[in-house]
Design a protein around this ligand. Structure first.
Ligand code: ZN
Length: 168
C-alpha cells in the first residue's frame, strides 16, 4: 500500500483548491459515507497498515494543530468533502446536532423519530440510573444506585417485591 508519500503529501495531492480563497475545496480521493473525504494515513504504529481518517479532520490538524479530544470538525459550508480550513470549525456532538437541525439535515426514521430523539431518551434513562455518558460514548457510573431489593429481604420487611405492604 505504501506509495512513498508522506501523509501530508498524500493529503495535498488529493485536494482541489480553487483560486477563490473563500470557495470550498474539493476532494479527489475516495470518500466515506455522507461524502466526507477519506485519507489513508501510513501510521507506523498501525503495523504498516493504512489508517483512514476524515480528510476535513486532517485539514483542520494540518492548519491548526491537534483536535482536542471529544471535539468534532464541523463545516460552515455544509459540504462534507470540503477541506477549506476557513469553512471548518470545532464543535461538540451537540453543536453538530444543532447544526444539522439548523440546516434541516435531521434524518428521521419512518415513525418520524430522529436519532436525536433516541439519544435524548437514552440520556434521560442513563441520567436516572446515575450513569454519565462521556464524549467518546463510553459511560461512567457516577453514583451507585441501589440495586433492586431481593425478594428475600422484602419478605423480612413484610413487603412484596413492589415495595407494598404484604396483605397477610
Ligand atoms: Zn466549504
Amino acid at each position: 500500500m505504501a506509495d512513498g508519500l508522506t501523509d501530508t503529501e498524500r493529503f495535498l495531492s488529493k485536494l482541489i483548491i480553487p483560486d477563490n480563497p473563500n470557495a470550498c475545496w474539493g476532494w479527489k480521493g475516495s470518500t466515506f459515507g455522507f461524502g466526507y473525504g477519506r485519507l489513508s494515513l501510513a501510521a507506523i504504529e498501525y503495523g504498516g497498515k493504512m489508517r483512514p481518517v476524515g480528510a476535513h479532520r486532517f485539514s483542520w490538524e494540518h492548519h491548526n494543530g491537534p483536535i482536542p479530544k471529544g471535539l468534532f470538525v464541523l463545516h460552515t459550508c455544509d459540504n462534507p468533502p470540503c477541506c477549506n480550513p476557513r469553512h471548518l470549525w470545532l464543535g461538540t456532538i451537540q453543536d453538530n446536532n444543532l447544526d444539522c437541525i439548523k440546516k434541516g439535515r435531521r434524518p428521521r426514521n419512518k415513525l418520524g423519530v430522529t436519532k436525536q430523539d433516541c439519544e435524548d431518551t437514552r440520556r434521560s434513562v442513563l441520567k436516572k440510573l446515575g450513569v454519565k455518558q462521556r464524549q467518546d460514548g463510553q459511560t461512567t457510573v457516577l453514583r451507585k444506585h441501589s440495586p433492586m431489593p431481593s425478594v428475600k429481604s422484602l419478605r423480612k420487611t413484610g413487603r412484596d417485591r413492589h415495595g407494598f405492604p404484604k396483605k397477610s
